[in-house]
Structure formats: structure tokens, C-alpha cells
Design a protein around this ligand. Structure first.
Ligand code: ATP
Ligand code: MG
Length: 726
């Protein structure tokens, strides 16, 4: 049953109540992390319905992620006592897609238009660019696509782009190409992601009848994570909110200290514009944080105080328990493996003490960091999920690279070969592939061998043949190097000579640098294994550990993806210069980038309710070499009274830049051998457990492998790294 009377308001503080009961007029809630902004928005939604100010479909509510939309839908249903139907609740893109389907004809599309993915976008743009004969070495298509996307973020249709003064050829033509690209999309009855916002905003700008229709429909507008809106989203909101009589029932909640998407065109200035664009806007500040302990708040506040440009906010604990909680723990560890071990050990211990895995999260700065944790978690058998992303070994670029390796180690692996034959593009279309397959079947050889034969006998011609020759040469020379110089160098050679790495280097999409980092991490992982075969066996094992959907799982996600979420325990690994703040930020050298990284650190710490634990490693592996790494500057900015430090073998005096241990006792690389492994060798007859096969007895052992007779799964030969002693 719905909550009787206004009991749902009784559970809020006076400022929060004011933010909810000021239903009419423009309202901006500007407040720090964990002060209940999202809760205010959800309760406001319910309040509007319960006081019968509007029907469920007359409220437009914007969230930053689909997950947040789902959560809000659930919270509203809980407050109302029943799920609400027909809601306009979702991300900017989801809401715009729905609107565009209703008015597609106004921009020349039909209702059934398709939305292109990045690959399709790029292919289309390349076709469109052809007549301009642009030097694509200097101006690769992905770069131009980036320019077009930024224009779209700013609400600029081709007609609204001011012709560039720049005499540079591509810049000069970018607008014309943009125009041609848009025209081509319409011909194909398609649009890209950016068009969803752009088209709808353009319709609202130019069709007063449509705008009036939405003005009648939406009585109230609610926006979460307002600090991360970009210009076109802002324009869209303003158009929808401002009624003909000048009134606007719009409520935005945000925190300038959590603005972390400027690289995607977000404009924190939208917060400042709010009062100007909506005269008479009320500003409500919330200062009581209900999420975190005092120490966590103190550490976060001390850190963010180092940023220059801030609107300024106070944060104090609003929680009833008088204790300060535990200090933020800063642990220095030997290397990234030790970091993963340490984090997983703590997680396991907390889990045994009764904390649910669902209440723990590992928040990383970059995707490549997840690998070490994933492997350790698989090893210890703790269930985990990668939120908002894909498990490391399932990422597209990793699967490609693994396919390359599989072809090297197993030329008969047709599946792997067919995956990579045209990645990067080598002009091998479905027809050519069919021809190769038939030749293979006829000669009873693998497709890779048939391809080589056809090249040698001159049955393949032209550009495709040249490029396939490069591929088969790369595969063959890799096999030579594998025998002579080992698998790490061989794989590096393979990814380089096949043109695979180059493909990502030329890619200007925002994901490309992350993919290159993942590939580097993959090569790093290789060095832990004696041979390529051992590595591939290990990977298939990690990939096979199946998931049980209903189990509580530890979350691994990026700091960007963690916005708005909360957990009892948060692990923050990799606080080292070049990881966090990221190398790209350091290379660019600007203050703006560094401040955004600091905001990201603030977001990270403030996700924790009870415990935040920061880690930094004394060295990280760059390919086969170990390199010393410096503790992140952010560690020095955490107020001492809110943190405690623990040394598990990283640089001894982290936090004191001038006196780092790596300067006074020579480079860490020189001192480093393998870190002392805690796990001793296995004996025959030893009882052991494996994450998938269960309990068994060791019946044979060599350097890396054990042969184990399992109680239920028969006898298997396995890598010892996955075996736990009982
Ligand atoms: P972020 O900036 O991280 O998005 P937020 O400002 O949106 O944070 P919420 O997620 O809404 O904060 O709230 C943080 C936590 O505090 C939630 O668990 C919420 O239920 C709780 N909370 C909010 N207001 C109150 C209150 N008045 N009394 C008790 N708990 C509250
Ligand atoms: Mg929130």
C-alpha cells in the first residue's frame, strides 16, 4: 500500500523537504556527494504523483545511466506501492530515441530508422569522404568523426556550424563533409547516437507545434547528475522546460565536484547558466551526508579542496552514529599482483565475517587494471561482475589478439583465423572468404594453410593478396621468433607486424586508447607464463568459470561508471602517477585535466559507506620489464588525520615525494626478483580444491602443472596457479 499521509517526507531533513515541497518553478539542488540528491529527486517524483499534481506520464525524469533509471523506477514504485506505467524516465538518449520515433518525418526519417554503431558510422564517413580525396594519413576518418561528434554535442547541425577560418584542408572541408554525411544518413534512414539528441532538439527548435505538445505533456522535469550535461542536452532541457508563459517546473540536482565527463563534451558551466536562463530559480544546498563515515568524508573533502575552480560547498556527516568509523587505509604494495592479492584477501576476509560481496566494489581508473583482479578472484573462487563493461578476456580487442595467438600456436584453428583474417581490414569480403574455405576443404587443410598456398600459387591477386601476404608473413615470422626468443617478444612482433596494433593507433574513437592499454596489459600477462600454450590454457580456464546470476557478487567497475552508486567497502587500486592521474592527463600537462582527475578521485572515495581502501604499487610491469612507479600526488593531498598507512612492500615512505625509497636505494627494477610467493609447492597426495572441479588429490606434479584426481570431475592436468591447498 502507498505510504499513508506524508510519512515519506518525515524521513528527510528540512533542506531536503524544502527541495521536494517547492514543486513549482525552477529549482537547482547543488550539493556534495551522498547528501541525498538522488533521493530528493525520487521522492519528489513520488510526491508529485501522491499530491496529484501530475499523472505518471506527465513527468520527464532524466538519469545518467540505464541502471540509474531502473533504480529510480524501483524506488518510485516502492514509495507508491505499485509500479507506475508509461513513465518518461530514462537517459537523455533513451528519451530522445523515443521522441524521435514519434516525429521522425520532420527530419526526413521514417519511424523505423536504425541507429548506427561506431563501426558503421566510420565506414559510412569513409565512403562520404572519398570524393574529397583527403590525405587520410594526416586526417584519418576517425578524427573527423570526433570533430563531428563534438559539433553534435554542442547542438550544431551543419547549417549552424560557422565556416572555419582555418585554411587547413581538412578543417576547411570538415563542415561540408559533415553535411554530406548527415544527408547520407537520412538517405539510409539511419542516424547515429549523437543524432538522437541533435534531431530532437532541432525539431523542438523549429516546430512550435511539436514543442507546444510537449509543453502540455510534461508538467514537471527532473534531472539527475546535472553537472555532466553537455550543451545539446542543456538546450533540449531548456526548450522543454520553458513554457510559453515563461514558467518552468524543472528541478536539476548536481555537484560540480563530481563533473567527470568534460572529455565527452559535458559543460559544468551549465550549472552557472541555470540561474540566468531560469530567472527566479531557487537554489537549495544540502550539507548533510548520509552515506559515509566522518573519516571518509574528511579524506574526500581534504582532497577536493586542492581544486581551484569550485562553487564551494560544505559537507558534514548526517549519520546518527557518533563514531568516526575507520580511517581511509592507504596501503603500499610491491606490485600489481601483490595489489590484487591484497585486495582479494581483504574481500575474502570481510566476506567470511558476513559482509555481502554485493556491498564491495573495486573501482579502477582504466579498464586494463581489471585483469589482475579478475584472475585473482577466479583463483580464490569469489564471484564478481564487471559492471558497465566486459570481462577482460572477453573484450573485443583481447579476443582478436587471442585469436592471433591461437592461429600461431594452432594453424588448424579455423575459427580463430576467420576472426582475424579481415581485422584489420584486408579487403576479404564474404565471397573471398567462401573461396578460401572451399579451397581448404578441397585440399583438406586449414583455411590459414589454404590461404598461404593460394598466395604462393598466385591464385589471389591485387591489394587483398598483398595484405594477406603481410598477414601470413607475420604469422610465419612469429613462429620463428617463438622458438628463438620466447613468447612475449613473439606476440609483440605478431600484433605489430600483422597491423593489428596500428589499426587501433589510427582509430580516433574515444575507446581506442583504452583498447591499446588493454593489449599492453595482455602482453604483460603473458610474461607470467612459461609458454604461449600455457597462457592460452590459462585464459580458457579463466573464461570458462561460469556465472550464477543470482549470487551476490563483488563489483569491478571504472570510477566513471561508479557515479551515483554506493557500497559499504570500496577498494581503490592503482593510485600511482601515470595510472591515476592518468598518463594522458600528465602528458597534456594542463591544470584542467588534473582537476578532473581529482574530481574522479573524490567520486571514488565518496562511494564508500564504511570503508575506503586505497592501494598503490611500487612497480608495474611494462611488457617484460618492471618499472618503478611513483605514488599518486593525490595521496599527499589526503589529510593525515583521516588516513592510516600500511606498508606491504611498496615504496616505504609513500607520500614524501622528495624522499622516495626508489631514489635512495637504486631503481626498484634492479632489486626486484619474483616477490616472495606465499604459496609453497604441492606434494603428492595433497588434498586440494579447484574453483571449477572441486576437491581432489594431487597424483603428479611438474614445474607448473599438477595432475589431480578429482572426486567428481575425473583426472585432470591443470596449471598449479589455480589450485588451492586444503
Ligand atoms: P551522489 O552525489 O553520490 O549521487 P546523492 O547526493 O545522490 O549522492 P543519495 O544517493 O541520494 O545521495 O543518498 C546517499 C545515501 O544517503 C543513500 O543511501 C540515501 O538513502 C541516504 N539518505 C539520503 N537522505 C537521507 C536522510 N534524510 N536520512 C537518512 N538517509 C538518507
Ligand atoms: Mg546521486
Amino acid at each position: 500500500a502507498p505510504q499513508s499521509g506524508s510519512s515519506y517526507l518525515a524521513r528527510l531533513n528540512p533542506e531536503q523537504r524544502a527541495a521536494i515541497e517547492t514543486t513549482d518553478g525552477p529549482l537547482l539542488v547543488l550539493a556534495g556527494a551522498g547528501t541525498g540528491k538522488t533521493r530528493v529527486l525520487t521522492t519528489r517524483f513520488a510526491h508529485i504523483l501522491l499530491t496529484e499534481r501530475a499523472k505518471p506520464w506527465q513527468i520527464l525524469a532524466v538519469t545518467f545511466t540505464n541502471k540509474a533509471a531502473r533504480e529510480m523506477r524501483e524506488r518510485v514504485a516502492l514509495l507508491l506501492g505499485a509500479p507506475a506505467e508509461g513513465l518518461w524516465l530514462g537517459t537523455f538518449h533513451a528519451l530522445c530515441a523515443r521522441m524521435l520515433r514519434r516525429h521522425a518525418e520532420y527530419v526526413g526519417l521514417t519511424q523505423s530508422f536504425t541507429i548506427l554503431d561506431t563501426d558503421d558510422q566510420l565506414r559510412l564517413l569513409k565512403q562520404v569522404m572519398e570524393p574529397w580525396q583527403i590525405d587520410t594519413k594526416r586526417w584519418p576518418a576517425p578524427g573527423l568523426l570526433g570533430v563531428i561528434q563534438r559539433w553534435k554535442d554542442r547542438g550544431l547541425t551543419p547549417a549552424r556550424v560557422t565556416p572555419s577560418e582555418d585554411t587547413d584542408f581538412a578543417n576547411h572541408h570538415a563542415r561540408a563533409i559533415y553535411e554530406a554525411y548527415q544527408a547520407r544518413l537520412i538517405q539510409l534512414n539511419a542516424c547515429d547516437f549523437g543524432d538522437l539528441m541533435l534531431h530532437v532538439t532541432e525539431i523542438l527548435r523549429t516546430r512550435p507545434d511539436v514543442l507546444a505538445q510537449y509543453h502540455r505533456l510534461f508538467r514537471y522535469i527532473l534531472v539527475d547528475e546535472y553537472q555532466d550535461t553537455n550543451t545539446v542536452q542543456y538546450l533540449w532541457l531548456r526548450l522543454l522546460a520553458k513554457q510559453a508563459d515563461g514558467t518552468a517546473n524543472i528541478c536539476c540536482v548536481g555537484d560540480d565536484d563530481q563533473s567527470i565527463y568534460s572529455w565527452r563534451g559535458a559543460e559544468v558551466e551549465n550549472i552557472l547558466r541555470f540561474e540566468k536562463d531560469f530567472p527566479g530559480a531557487k537554489i537549495v544546498r544540502l550539507e548533510r551526508n548520509y552515506r559515509s563515515t566522518r573519516h571518509i568524508l574528511g579524506a574526500a573533502a581534504g582532497l577536493i579542496a586542492h581544486n581551484g575552480e569550485r562553487l564551494g560547498k560544505t559537507l558534514r556527516s548526517g549519520r546518527d552514529d557518533p563514531s568516526d568509523g575507520e580511517k581511509v587505509l592507504v596501503t603500499s604494495v610491491w606490485d600489481s599482483d601483490a595489489e590484487a592479492r591484497s585486495v582479494c584477501d581483504i574481500a575474502e576476509r570481510l566476506h567470511h565475517k558476513g559482509q555481502s560481496l554485493a556491498e564491495m566494489a573495486i573501482l579502477v581508473r582504466a579498464g586494463f587494471q581489471t585483469r589482475a583482479f579478475e584472475e585473482r578472484l577466479v583463483q580464490t573462487g569469489l564471484p564478481y561482475r564487471i559492471v558497465g563493461g566486459v570481462r577482460f578476456y572477453e573484450r573485443a580487442e583481447i579476443r582478436d589478439a587471442l585469436a592471433y595467438m591461437r592461429v600461431v600456436s594452432q594453424p588448424a584453428d579455423d575459427l580463430a583465423f576467420e576472426r582475424i583474417i579481415n581485422v584489420p581490414k584486408r579487403g576479404v569480403g564474404p565471397a573471398s572468404l567462401q573461396k578460401l574455405r572451399e579451397a581448404a576443404r578441397f585440399a583438406n587443410t586449414p583455411v590459414s594453410v589454404a590461404t598461404q598456398t593460394m598466395l604462393e600459387t598466385g591464385q589471389l591477386k591485387g591489394k587483398m593478396a598483398d595484405q594477406l601476404r603481410t598477414l601470413t608473413n607475420a604469422l610465419n615470422t612469429t613462429r620463428d621468433i617463438l622458438g628463438r626468443e620466447g613468447h612475449v617478444l613473439a606476440v609483440e612482433h605478431l600484433l605489430e607486424e600483422s597491423g593489428y596494433l596500428e589499426m587501433w593507433r589510427l582509430d580516433r574513437s574515444p575507446e581506442a586508447p583504452g583498447r591499446l592499454e588493454n593489449l599492453k596489459e595482455l602482453v604483460r600477462a603473458l610474461a607470467d607464463f612459461g609458454t604461449l600454450g600455457e597462457f592460452l590454457e590459462h585464459v580458457s580456464l579463466v573464461m570458462e568459470t561460469d556465472e550464477k546470476a543470482q549470487d551476490a557478487k563483488l563489483s569491478i567497475m571504472t570510477l566513471h561508471g561508479a557515479k551515483g552508486l554506493e557500497f559499504d567497502t570500496v577498494f581503490l587500486p592503482g593510485w600511482e602517477e601515470g595510472v591515476f592521474p592518468s598518463q594522458r592527463t600528465l602528458d597534456e600537462g594542463g591544470l584542467k585535466g588534473l582537476e578532473e582527475e581529482r574530481r574522479l578521485a573524490y567520486v571514488g572515495i565518496t562511494r564508500a559507506r564504511k570503508q575506503a581502501m586505497i592501494f598503490h604499487a611500487g612497480s608495474r610491469r611494462i611488457y617484460a620489464n618492471w618499472q618503478p612507479s611513483m605514488p599518486s600526488r593525490f595521496l599527499d593531498e589526503l589529510p593525515e588525520e583521516h588516513i592510516s598507512r600500511k606498508n606491504e612492500g611498496g615504496s616505504a615512505r609513500c607520500g614524501l615525494f622528495a624522499e622516495q625509497s626508489l631514489f635512495d636505494s637504486g631503481p626498484v627494477v634492479a632489486r626486484r626478483k619474483r616477490p616472495p610467493e606465499a604459496e609453497p609447492a604441492f606434494e603428492l597426495g595433497q588434498q586440494v580444491r579447484h574453483p571449477r572441479f572441486g576437491v581432489g588429490i594431487v597424483i603428479a606434479a611438474d614445474r607448473n602443472h599438477l595432475e589431480i584426481a578429482f572426486e567428481d570431475a575425473g583426472t585432470k592436468r591443470l596449471l598449479s596457479s589455480f589450485i588451492e591447498k586444503l
